[in-house]
Design a protein around this ligand. Structure first.
Ligand code: C5P
Length: 399
């Protein structure tokens, strides 16, 4: 587990989302973190230090002028042995303070005096988030190397709707885990395809499939966390591109093929997660096809290019990873597919378990045999896949 033994300082500032910090501290503690909690005065109006103390198992710090602190250096000492400071919720006011380097209470002072990384999870009203002053502060904070997780869009406690909801505790935990991922692919360029393709029949109808894109996006995120520069060629999905990932949006298999060919030359790794349509309609109609006198109709289909086989067949191919979603006989089909495509690594899963789901159970097939990754979230599976790819790349280099 990546978070075991990590020392985290969790700061809370004033916002109704402070209630989510209770769940957050519990999850971090459960994951094996040592969590020290510091609360601003306003945070104490939303949730009590007693709650946070009970959940973190440690005393909670609130006061810059606490006479109980032996040398009055709490603002320095509290962060010195920490691996990461997380502020959740981070109010608009707090972000403004950090952006300007102000230090007028315990939390802002120890943030200014920190040596470790800082992750903020903003929580505020949509207009506060959209205000040019906050936009400026966010830009400045990012420029200063501060990580910002969220916010998300949705209903707000004030009754309005829009950007500004703090991420859920489990999402913030995922961001914290991302911080501690080893940089196994630093300096590498990873090209990934994800999602379905859409092959038009007419302007409003198409042949597509049930791929959600979640697995491919998780691989993109995991590769980015591992320090790679990531290009994600994606069919239509409802997902947001992971932060730091360059996304190229496509619809058809041929568009996906073209986008991959354009980016593949400087790629070290190609992970083909997309569910690419094997066939497309030969002559899609330019106009909507009307229900007519015909009782039946036939669509003529022609084969799409096999993107993965093309890339694997290049003179100097990147390290190629295929995906296989099978409905039965997983291992036999996977082995055969790996051979047929001529690729070093193939990740297989059962389609009925993986499609659209948030978790997955991949089995990896390579020259050494078969490796089960167990069942976990798609992000966790993707991190294991990335570690496996990095290990294979390292071995290849040694040879
Ligand atoms: O056997 P199949 O072609 O479905 O193998 C699936 C693997 O091949 C996946 O990695 C998928 O992304 C890739 N693929 C492709 N282009 C196609 C069909 C599949 O890149 N036209």
């Amino acid at each position: 587990m990546t978070l075991k033994g990590k020392r985290i300082l969790l700061g809370l500032t004033g916002g109704i989302a402070a209630f989510k910090a209770a769940e957050l501290v519990r999850s971090l503690a459960k994951a094996g973190c040592d969590v020290r909690v510091v609360m601003s005065e306003a945070a104490c109006r939303f949730i009590t230090p007693v709650t946070m103390q009970a959940l973190s198992g440690q005393r909670v710090w609130t006061d810059l002028w606490d006479p109980g602190v032996p040398d009055n250096m709490a603002h320095i000492e509290l962060s010195r042995d920490r691996d990461l400071i997380v502020v959740a919720p981070a109010s608009a006011d707090f972000m403004a303070k950090v952006a300007r380097g102000l230090a007028d209470d315990l939390l802002s002072t120890l943030v200014l005096a920190r040596r470790c990384a800082l992750l903020l999870a903003p929580a505020m009203n949509v207009e506060m988030w959209n205000n040019p002053a906050t936009r400026r502060n966010v830009k400045r904070l990012r420029g200063d190397g501060v990580a910002i997780a969220g916010p998300a869009a949705g209903d707000q406690a004030c009754g309005e709707t829009g950007m500004g909801r703090m991420l859920e505790a489990r999402e913030i935990v995922a961001e914290v885990e991302a911080f501690f991922q080893p940089r196994l692919l630093a300096g590498r360029h990873v090209l990934i395809t994800a999602g379905p393709t859409v092959e038009p029949i007419d302007p409003v109808r198409a042949i597509t499939n049930a791929s959600s894109g979640k697995m491919g996006y998780a691989v993109a995120r995991a590769a980015n966390e591992a320090g790679a520069s990531v290009t994600l060629v994606s069919g239509p999905t409802a997902l947001e591109a992971p932060a730091g990932v360059r996304r190229i949006s496509v619809r058809t298999a041929r568009e996906m093929f073209d986008a991959v060919v354009k980016s593949v030359n400087d790629a070290d790794v190609f992970v083909s997660v997309a569910a690419v349509a094997d066939y497309r309609v030969v002559n899609p109609s330019a106009q909507k096809i009307k229900r007519g006198a015909r009782k039946a109709m036939t669509l003529e289909l022609t084969e799409n290019p096999d993107i993965l086989a093309h890339v694997a067949g290049l003179k100097k191919p990147p390290f190629c990873v295929g995906f296989a979603a099978e409905s039965e006989k997983l291992a036999a089909h996977a082995r055969q597919k790996r051979r047929r495509k001529g690729i070093p690594l193939l990740a297989a899963n059962l389609a009925q378990e993986a499609l659209g789901a948030d978790d997955n159970a991949l089995t990896l097939f390579d020259d050494a045999g078969e490796h089960s990754l167990g069942r976990s979230s798609k992000l966790e599976q993707a991190r294991k896949l990335v570690a496996h790819i990095a290990a294979m790349l390292a071995k290849k280099k040694k040879r």
